[in-house]
Design a protein around this ligand. Structure first.
Ligand SMILES: Cc1ncc(C[n+]2csc(CCOP(=O)(O)OP(=O)(O)O)c2C)c(N)n1
Ligand SMILES: [Mg+2]
Length: 358
């Protein structure tokens, strides 16, 4: 008798969401309330999110034109997480990313030109053209590197946190990773170690409900990633990752705890990516399972539009001023795109320069 494997392994319907309304795109889509935050700080975050979006639009256009040959994992729709957390980091901190890290790199202050060049594989790229879009690095601003091995950089961040603790200057390490990385053993081992050693380290989980094509409910019995911190006796919170004010408020508190008291924590930010898993198209990734209706609903929860609408309603900025910022940034990025196209490729003689143990 043959047993249908699927009926044994896959749940027929998603279990009740443990994220409450956070996983429902029809909720939390209105303008953000500026509250007591300084308008200048909010406008800076609006500009940073917009800039990340426009850099990624440029990368998407370069991929569509066939200029970028390697894989490109766009973070469009998730900008608030990188910007909200980076708002409280400093150049001497040590942040690590994943395969989807254009936003982390840029929010930390990474150079946009060096990102475009790296995506093209040019010698002027931030990794010398050897890495492509998944290997970004800007140590001079505290971005220690991204890498495509899912979960791989989480343990590297713990090493950097140990070094920071020895240095004793109050610097911290941050690991940005996706929900899929919580299925890697190294994530749990690092949570345990960070808690036991009281490392000055933040785990920032970007829960976009998918790991490549696969829905979270088909991979885990609960869709709340922060629950794993409980097993490590670590402080945790689950918040709206498309609300940059909320992300930055939590980041302010957790960064301070890590800096002053060497207290690690996990912050789960619920969000959604607008493009497919890899490449610029929205309607496909690796066997994409999301519907056009899902994507439309999540676009209505756009982190940029929500902050802009809140700032306009409070009289802190105008849509015209934001359009002017967008137009001038686009112009700057168009010029960079033209400029990097004539950059040199890495020299053949440099092929083995970064190879160890020769
Ligand atoms: C160790 C390892 N396993 C599998 C892969 C293939 N892979 C690349 S990205 C990805 C999805 C990761 O999902 P998530 O961590 O949720 O990040 P997201 O793409 O949603 O931002 C997978 C499975 C890999 N790169 N590394
Ligand atoms: Mg994911």
């Amino acid at each position: 008798m043959s047993i249908p494997i699927h009926s044994l392994t896959l749940p027929a319907a998603p279990p009740p969401s443990q994220l409450g309304t956070l996983a429902d795109p029809s909720q939390h889509s209105g303008p953000l309330a500026p509250g007591t935050h300084l308008p200048a700080q909010l406008i800076r975050m609006l500009h940073e999110m917009t800039r990340i979006r426009l850099v990624e639009n440029t990368l998407a256009a370069m991929a569509e034109a066939g200029e970028i040959k390697g894989p490109l994992h766009l973070t469009t729709g998730q900008e608030a997480v990188a910007v909200g957390v980076a708002a409280y980091l400093r150049k001497t901190d040590r942040a690590f990313g994943s395969h989807r890290s254009h936003g982390h790199y840029l929010a930390m202050g990474g150079n946009a030109r060096a990102l475009l060049a790296e995506a093209l594989g040019k010698a002027t790229g931030c990794s010398g053209g050897f890495g492509g879009s998944m290997h970004l690095c800007a140590r001079e601003v505290g971005f220690y590197g991204s890498a495509p091995i899912v979960g791989g950089t989480i343990a590297l961040a713990a090493g950097a946190a140990i070094a920071a603790k020895f240095d004793g200057k109050g610097d911290i390490a941050v690991a940005f990773f996706g929900d899929g990385a919580s299925e890697e053993g190294v994530f749990h081992e690092t949570l345990n170690l960070a808690s036991l050693m009281r490392l000055p380290m933040l785990f920032i989980a970007e829960n976009n409900l998918f790991s490549s094509h696969l829905d979270l409910h088909l991979r885990q019995p609960s869709n709340r990633i922060a629950r794993f911190a409980d097993a490590a006796c670590m402080e945790q919170a689950t918040i709206d990752g498309n609300d940059v004010i909320q992300v930055s408020d939590y980041a302010a508190k957790l960064v301070e705890n890590a800096r002053r008291r060497s207290c690690p924590a996990l912050l789960e930010c619920v969000t959604y990516r607008w493009h497919g898993h890899v490449g610029p198209r929205a309607d496909m990734g690796v066997g994409e399972r999301r519907t056009p209706e899902d994507i439309k609903a999540w676009k209505a929860r756009d982190p940029i539009e929500r902050l802009l609408a809140g700032l306009v309603a409070a009289g802190h900025c105008t849509r015209q001023a934001h359009e002017a910022f967008t137009a001038s940034t686009k112009k700057e990025l168009d010029a960079l795109r033209r400029d990097v196209s004539s950059d040199p490729w890495p020299a053949e003689s440099s092929l083995l320069e970064k190879v160890y143990g020769r």
